[in-house]
Design a protein around this ligand. Sequence first.
Ligand code: FAD
Ligand code: FES
Length: 294
Amino acid sequence: MDPVPLLNRLFDEQARPALRQMPGAEYRPQLAEILYVAQLTETEKLFRLRLPEPIEFEPGEFLEISVFGLGEAPFTIASAPVPGDEVDVVVRAAGTLTQAMHRLKPGDTVGVRGPFGNGFPLEDFAGRDVLLVAGGMGLITLRSLLLGILAQRARFGRVLLLYGARSVGHYLFRDELLAWHRSGEIDCRFAAVNGDNPWVVTRGDITHLFKDLDVIPERTTVAVSGPARMYRSLNPLLFRLGIAEDRLFLNLERHMKCGLGKCGKCRINDICVCESGPIFPYARVKHLKEAIER
Ligand SMILES: Cc1cc2nc3c(=O)[nH]c(=O)nc-3n(C[C@H](O)[C@H](O)[C@H](O)COP(=O)(O)OP(=O)(O)OC[C@H]3O[C@@H](n4cnc5c(N)ncnc54)[C@H](O)[C@@H]3O)c2cc1C
Ligand code: FES
């Protein structure tokens, strides 16, 4: 018998109320069961988790997920921002922890803490056109925002997604995005740097999708999510389009440890990214050249 679930169950039954009041309880992972696993691309898998308790979160918030004996890392919640005890995360096999996660099967358990951070304020997008700009794995964060928008589609204007990846094979949730595009719920435009293009995509990086872009800046709110180097070229393009600074939200990727604002690992100057972000209004981080101009 696996001793970890047994010990955790005993601990939960016998020590939980006291522990919850002790300093440091926020560092203790709870067990979550893997309900479902799907291979999305060669390197990314989707995991559906059943959490020990229902949670509420905004799109862009993240969980700290651990595998016993191997470590813990942050993963964005990829599912719709509705209260509940089931969430999806997408994991790219990068190093020791994530490769071990890729070997897990339905019925296995992982440790979970969170949700942590600040996400996209959905209400700031309501009543407006929405421009979503995703680079690579940045789509994971925007999927949660997109699902939140689609759940109340009538409250939002036109929704346009620009999605850039290394190649067609690297697109996440490609079929889902194409289905929404075909049904007219959103307008998706794709760019890929390498490889064959078996369906209609623009060859090149995501900036190529800004050529003759048809948005009405005064009524558009923008969410951008991708690697830090993307912001250097994208932000000027967005401002040239006429997007207002206070209508632009960015997802800042940083290496993190505690997720709680305590260890300082994610700090950039005066900003603790895990606590105040990872989603920020542009105005709040525009002075952080290290974060948005790399
Ligand atoms: C807020 C946040 C949300 C994240 N969401 C996701 C997600 O939804 N899906 C996902 O697959 N990954 C996500 N990541 C990155 C994920 O946490 C790392 O890939 C993970 O720590 C790798 O652990 P590892 O032990 O497998 O690899 P390691 O051996 O620790 O690292 C492998 C490689 O990944 C790089 N890496 C590690 N952490 C990060 C990071 N934070 N940003 C960029 N590169 C990193 C390392 O530099 C190294 O090159 C997120 C990170 C943050 C900070
Ligand atoms: S990860 Fe520890 S302070 Fe942000």
